[in-house]
Write a protein that binds this ligand. Structure first.
Ligand SMILES: N[C@@H](CCC(=O)N[C@@H](CS)C(=O)NCC(=O)O)C(=O)O
Length: 207
């Protein structure tokens, strides 16, 4: 199995989860800053030109953080990274869709790649400022959704927490700090101490 990732990108979430699961895999860096995601070789793996992409042992490719995290959770049940019950799994999907669709692609991506969201490049700085405000609002909602816990799901640690950990590392892009989101900060500090997190950070050169 091979995980295509970029250091510190959203692909860090499945990278952590694969370590937590005890999966056998190798990591393959994609240098986003050099545009490697647009090179023909990578587009053959993921035509969406994004990380992560997970090439499974049968050669099939899975993309999209929520799908990959769900697959890891279901495929390595002994690691207990996803609840067994339908309600727990629905809550995990609720969280991961909010993280991917709203906080990440509807927020953080609009900050960092504002030029992609405007017709006139001159409007990009103002669009990025607006995106910072919006993203801070989404983070506040996530902080409140934690409801005082340091786990996204009431049942305990899950792949959702690995995903939220990555989002926590991006908070300063909004002009806020993690201290502005106390529940997220507690989650971040807890997940940072887990062996799978330490292993993935070290593998990405971020330790
Ligand atoms: N919807 C995808 C988004 C993935 C995504 O935006 N990945 C970013 C890194 S965090 C990327 O590859 N960006 C490269 C680019 O946009 O050119 C997911 O949730 O996995």
């Amino acid at each position: 199995m091979k995980l295509f990732y970029s250091p510190g990108a959203c692909s860090l979430a499945p990278h952590i989860a694969l370590h937590e699961a005890g999966a056998k895999f190798e990591g393959q860096r994609v240098a986003l800053k050099d545009g490697a995601q647009f090179q023909p070789d990578y587009l053959k793996v993921n035509p969406k030109a994004k990380v992560p992409a997970l090439v499974r042992d049968d050669g099939s490719v899975l993309t999209e953080c929520p799908a990959i995290l769900f697959w890891i959770g279901r495929s390595y049940p002994a690691a207990k990274l996803l609840p067994e019950d339908v309600e727990g799994q629905a809550r995990a999907l609720e969280w991961m869709n909010f993280i991917s669709g709203t906080i990440h692609n509807g927020g953080v991506t609009r900050i960092g790649r504002a030029e992609r969201f405007v017709g006139d490049p001159a409007h990009a700085p103002a669009a990025a400022e607006k995106a910072k405000e919006d993203t801070a609002k989404y983070l506040k909602i996530a902080d409140e959704m934690l409801d005082g816990r340091d786990t996204a799901l009431a049942s305990g640690h899950s792949v959702v927490d690995d995903y939220l950990f990555v989002i926590c590392r991006w908070v300063e892009r909004t002009g806020k700090t993690l201290a502005d989101f106390p529940a997220l900060k507690r989650l971040h500090d807890r997940v940072a101490a887990r062996p799978g997190t330490k292993a993935a950070l070290a593998a990405e050169g971020l330790a």
